[in-house]
Design a protein around this ligand. Structure first.
Ligand code: HEC
Ligand code: HEC
Length: 145
């Protein structure tokens, strides 16, 4: 095989470099601002109420199809349970929290919601029509079958 002269190789690499760094240029979500500059906050995402958005995969916590503004969840109080815990759910006509939420981390069935499920919004979030922040190619589990 013919050897490539080192100088030629160096030149070829140098010529290719700007192309590579251009392709990797990052577009920060906060825009073209200096690190100590502030930009305007984006408008809050609008809630989409009504029908629950379908789940993207079997184990996905369902999205919340209603407002939760002002629903307190702290050490003692959990407003969500006033509608979603049995037997309140019957009176409120709300879906009961999943049976999995009454099982503690050792697999013991409880008569109250497990502490591991106390902070509902750790897993369940209200659904909005917010556009994706970055492009992505996520596919629902059923589209992969
Ligand atoms: C005033 C009663 C009430 C309160 C309080 C409430 N919900 Fe709901 N929730 C409902 C009702 C009723 C539905 C059924 C859909 C609808 O009518 O909006 C529902 C639906 C849901 C669903 C969809 C369930 C499914 O199977 O798709 C989730 C998840 C949910 N709520 C979570 C929460 C969380 C988390 C909180 C606390 C931050 C909360 N809810 C507080 C009444 C309530
Ligand atoms: C650790 C994550 C997690 C936490 C915390 C959690 N959930 Fe869930 N929830 C899920 C998942 C995952 C599902 C769906 C699969 C299942 O049934 O376990 C679900 C299902 C539900 C459903 C639908 C039940 C059904 O049978 O379709 C409701 C309603 C719900 N959760 C309400 C709540 C409320 C209210 C709280 C707070 C007291 C809460 N969840 C806390 C993960 C969580």
């Amino acid at each position: 095989m013919k050897q490539i002269p080192p100088l030629l190789l160096a030149l070829a690499v140098a010529a290719a470099l700007p192309v590579v760094s251009k392709a990797q240029e990052l577009q920060p979500l906060r825009g073209e601002l200096a690190i100590d500059e502030h930009n305007e906050a984006p408008p809050p995402a609008r809630l989409r109420s009504g029908r629950v958005f379908p789940r993207a995969y079997r184990q996905q916590p369902p999205l919340i199809p209603h407002r939760i503004t002002g629903y307190q969840i702290d050490l003692r109080v959990n407003k969500c349970l006033s509608c979603h815990d049995w037997p309140n759910n019957v009176e409120e006509g709300a879906p009961k929290i999943s049976e999995t939420h009454y099982v503690d981390r050792n697999g013991v069935a409880l008569d109250h919601v497990a502490r591991t499920r106390w902070f509902c919004t750790q897993c369940h979030v209200p659904q909005t029509n917010a556009p994706s922040l970055v492009e992505n190619e996520f596919k629902n589990a059923k589209d992969l079958r």
